[in-house]
Design a protein around this ligand. Structure first.
Ligand SMILES: CC(=O)N[C@H]1[C@@H](OP(=O)(O)OP(=O)(O)OC[C@H]2O[C@@H](n3ccc(=O)[nH]c3=O)[C@H](O)[C@@H]2O)O[C@H](CO)[C@@H](O)[C@@H]1O
Ligand SMILES: C=C(OP(=O)(O)O)C(=O)O
Length: 420
């Protein structure tokens, strides 16, 4: 297992181009199954989860060429609807293959998806939605067998605006007979990106970005190849680098960001006293005066503060004088990094879904373990801010979602090395 060795105490400074979005790329890659033709997708990050998705598509029979961040996928040769269990279990996002495989073949066999342990993460909302579209499902020995002679458009009300369920149902409904309306849909920018990709393919989807998404079903014959599609920038990676800059009291400029998508993060950084300036696709952050604690940071579905930036923010808040309170409302068990941060001298008390953080003068380097993707990023940030040497074990989690994380931080002046 790999580890990052970080010598802390250096301010991050300089410019960085933000990677393409992991959470937009994954459902878009799954969507290429629908048209049974070629799709060319740009700005796809070179990260582990993308590699897993491409491996699954290859195992299903797709022909793929990857040239840096550009991926061309020909799904005309896909000839199976069974997702290999080993790959299915490698990440959470494999579940969004159910929708397009049901649309294309009317059947799918999958196991439960894997991914980081940040709570139970059931898929009941996905399955309830499929049932409403006319899918018959049975489970046996951990496998889900789903079948529909013909998917039928339906009115679906989600109990919670689940990102994955919204995407999966969109992906199935585009090839259903008639109209589907998804209410209480997730409003994340990645849903809008998926809608844009689907419409480029010839699907008829509108409303993404609001809580009601309307889909007019069409047939595979109506769909076209996608000659070129560019994935949106990764708002979570952007947030992570901004928080890292704040934790080192540095000064960085990020390029290739959509300001609106990171506004919930910028609002909190500004409240802490970070200075922020933006122009076109660039955002600059710098720190002039001591930062202030946050009396309330609640994670929420978009446009609330993203749960995926909670761990990096916790790391930052451990270095800020005063008491901060974080409430995690999206996942049940997403505070595992607190225990690791304590090894570095952080003062954090957890009470249910609330973390109370008392800022300390300085964190101290220690050996810590990343137990999930964003917890890992948070620990690296703590290491960058700490006195002395920090070893963050578990780089494979971090590489699930961050493209060249250590190279990027080094380019911004950090002292960080990866060891195997
Ligand atoms: C690949 C991807 O895009 N991952 C993101 C996606 O995950 P993901 O799509 O898994 O997140 P969801 O929005 O579905 O989950 C949010 C909450 O709903 C619950 N839930 C979800 C589905 C379901 O059928 N039943 C149920 O109870 C989950 O357990 C969780 O507590 O959105 C999360 C919330 O913004 C982000 O943290 C993840 O980075
Ligand atoms: C939780 C995350 O991803 P996933 O849903 O793919 O596990 C994340 O990106 O922080």
């Amino acid at each position: 297992m790999g580890a990052y060795v970080i010598t802390g105490g250096l301010k991050l400074t300089g410019r960085l181009r933000v990677q393409g979005s992991k959470n937009a790329s994954l459902p878009i890659l799954a969507a290429t199954l629908l048209n049974s033709q070629k799709s060319c997708i740009k700005n796809v990050p070179e990260i582990k989860d993308v590699q897993v998705m491409l491996s699954i598509l290859t195992m299903l029979g797709a022909k793929i060429t990857q040239n840096g961040n550009e991926v061309t996928i020909d799904t005309s040769t896909v000839n199976t609807w069974e997702v290999p269990e080993q790959l299915m279990r490698k990440m959470r996002s494999s579940i969004v293959l159910m929708g397009p495989l049901l649309g294309r073949f009317g059947r799918v066999k999958v196991s439960y998806p894997g991914g980081c342990e940040i709570g139970p993460r059931p898929i009941d909302l996905h399955l309830k939605g499929f049932a409403a579209l006319g899918v018959k499902m049975r489970e046996s020995y951990g496998f889900i067998y789903a079948e529909a002679e013909k998917l039928k458009g339906a009115n679906i009300h989600l109990d919670f605006p689940s990102v994955g369920a919204t995407e999966n149902l969109m992906l199935a409904a585009v090839l259903a007979e008639g109209r589907t309306v998804i209410r209480n849909a997730a409003k994340e920018p990645e849903i809008v990106d998926l809608q844009n990709f689907l419409n480029k393919m010839g699907c008829r989807v509108k409303g993404a970005g609001t809580d009601t998404i309307k889909i007019e079903g069409c047939s595979i014959a109506d769909l076209k190849p996608v000659e070129e599609y560019t994935v949106i920038p990764d708002r979570i990676a952007a947030g992570t680098y901004l928080v890292a800059a704040a934790a080192t009291r540095g000064n960085i400029v990020l390029e290739n960001v959509i300001r609106e998508h990171i506004e919930p993060i910028l609002a909190k950084l500004r409240e802490m006293g970070c200075r922020i300036r933006s122009e076109d696709d660039k955002v600059e952050l710098w720190v002039e005066a001591p930062l202030r604690a946050l009396d309330s940071l609640r994670t929420l579905p978009y446009p609330g503060f993203p749960t995926d930036v909670q761990a990096p923010m916790m790391a930052l808040l451990t270095t800020v004088d005063g008491t901060s309170i974080i409430t995690e409302t999206v996942f049940e068990n997403r505070f595992k990094h607190a225990e690791e941060l304590r090894r570095m001298g952080a003062n954090i008390k957890i009470n249910g879904n609330t973390a109370i953080i008392k800022g300390v003068k300085k964190l101290t380097g220690a050996i810590v373990e990343a137990k999930d993707l964003r917890a890992g990023a948070g620990l690296v940030i703590a290491g960058l801010a700490a006195d002395g040497k920090t070893i963050v074990e578990g780089t494979s989690y971090i590489e699930r979602g961050y493209e060249r994380f250590d190279d990027n931080l080094r380019a911004l002046g950090a002292k960080i090395e990866k060891i195997e």
